[in-house]
Design a protein around this ligand. Structure first.
Ligand SMILES: NC(=O)c1ccc[n+]([C@@H]2O[C@H](COP(=O)([O-])OP(=O)(O)OC[C@H]3O[C@@H](n4cnc5c(N)ncnc54)[C@H](OP(=O)(O)O)[C@@H]3O)[C@@H](O)[C@H]2O)c1
Length: 360
């Protein structure tokens, strides 16, 4: 089965450069948060290794070469499943692997572990989980108010210099935070963030205010997580799933605005019917007009097939106006709702779980 998938690549996948980097990535990035041991982490709805591998393999067949995971997903088992599948089905140089690290914990701070040491330990843990020598993109998962920005940027620069990471990216930050971080990196001669992974979909468009403009001006690749709003932009009213029932974190992101969002979801369904395509294709085709690559989750084979097809759907300006017109501003939700100094000290649902962290 080794390398079989890439050899029989099919479909019309499109590729682009990730911002200023040399990475050539597929316009659809496979989100791997739904892969991992369901008994060992934040989510009860994740896929076991066998089913995760089938989806990863199908993605490769469809030309997906960009994969997004995190040390925090299901106690490192998402990274482990992805790493083993890529070793079996792909050539290392044909894929771009992104993973993410979490802020320092109160325990690490109390133990005197610096930001630089923390980043070293986090990347070593991820590389061990993935079974890789380096990752292509290493993402600062959420803002760490407890660690000096200098230590974060210096720590990241050191692992780039050491060849463990090719490029760095950021997620869940305000535009001013990214601008400050890259200005500091510029001044110090450190590696800069080449991408920003933001929460962005037809029903959550707050990043259009500032982040999208900063990214466009500085050629920072914007990628979008939860591009289907955890499935809400893919499913007709009444359609349900294990995840829709059990994903309490997604409910925290979307339940409060379900009534107003329903108007847009209904328009996605109507346009999909008119164009003879799926709701997933419409939702992602819209995002493909805005970002470098949506980071799409899949728990079934047909999900990744639907996502891959979206690159072939061209929406007209009238289609885009129709989808955008009912949007009203939303409050920050999810991780961004907790991007404050006070919230950074609270208990969170995320963490590294029971995995052994390197160096500790
Ligand atoms: N940086 C961050 O903080 C952050 C946060 C969240 C996510 N992420 C990344 O973004 C990725 C995607 O996030 P996400 O899973 O929240 O969002 P998503 O891509 O918006 O939603 C994925 C869900 O949509 C549903 N779906 C997909 N295709 C479908 C189809 N054709 N028909 C019906 N349902 C379909 C599936 O739901 P069912 O399983 O219910 O069928 C799937 O689990 C993650 O894997 C992760 O890599 C990053």
């Amino acid at each position: 089965m080794k390398r079989a998938a890439i050899a029989k690549m099919e479909g019309g996948m499109r590729y682009t450069k990730l911002g200023k980097s040399d990475l050539t990535v597929s316009r659809i990035c496979m989100g791997c948060m739904g892969f991992g041991d369901p008994h060992n982490g934040q989510h009860s709805w994740t896929l076991d290794e066998e089913h995760s591998r089938e989806i990863i393999r199908r993605g490769l067949e469809l030309g997906v070469n960009f994969f997004d995971t995190a040390v925090g997903y299901q106690s490192g088992t998402s990274e482990q499943y992805l790493g083993r599948a890529l070793r079996d089905f792909a050539k290392r140089e044909d894929v771009a692997v992104a993973t993410k690290f979490l802020p320092r914990t109160q325990g690490e701070i109390a133990a005197g572990i610096t930001g630089q040491q923390h980043i070293q330990n986090m990347i070593d843990t991820s590389l061990r989980n993935l079974g890789l020598d380096y990752v292509d993109l290493y993402i600062y998962h959420m803002w760490d108010y407890e660690t000096p920005l200098y230590d974060i940027m210096d720590g990241l620069n050191r692992i780039v210099q050491a060849g463990k990471v090719r490029y760095i990216g950021i997620s869940n930050c305000f535009a001013y935070q990214l601008a400050k971080a890259n200005a500091l990196a510029e001044k110090e001669g450190f590696a800069k963030f080449v991408s920003a992974q933001v929460h962005y979909s037809l029903i959550f468009r707050e990043e259009e205010r500032e982040m999208a403009k900063l990214c466009a001006e500085d050629n920072i690749a914007m990628t979008s997580y939860s591009p289907l709003a955890g499935g809400r932009l893919s499913k007709h009213p009444g359609e349900t799933s294990k995840r829709l029932r059990e994903d309490s974190y997604a409910k925290f992101k979307y339940d409060a605005t379900a009534r107003q969002d329903g108007i847009i979801i209904d328009r996605v369904a109507r346009l999909a019917e008119r164009r003879g395509v799926s709701m997933t294709e419409v939702s992602l085709a819209w995002l493909l007009t805005k970002v470098t690559a949506p980071v799409v989750g899949a728990t079934k084979l047909h999900h990744i097939e639907g996502a891959a097809k979206a690159v072939e759907l061209a929406l007209t300006p009238e289609d885009i106006d129709y989808l955008e017109e009912p949007y009203v501003p939303h409050k920050p939700v999810g991780v961004m709702a907790q991007n404050t100094p006070a919230a950074s000290k609270e208990q969170h649902v995320w963490g590294t779980g029971n995995q052994k962290i390197q160096g500790q």
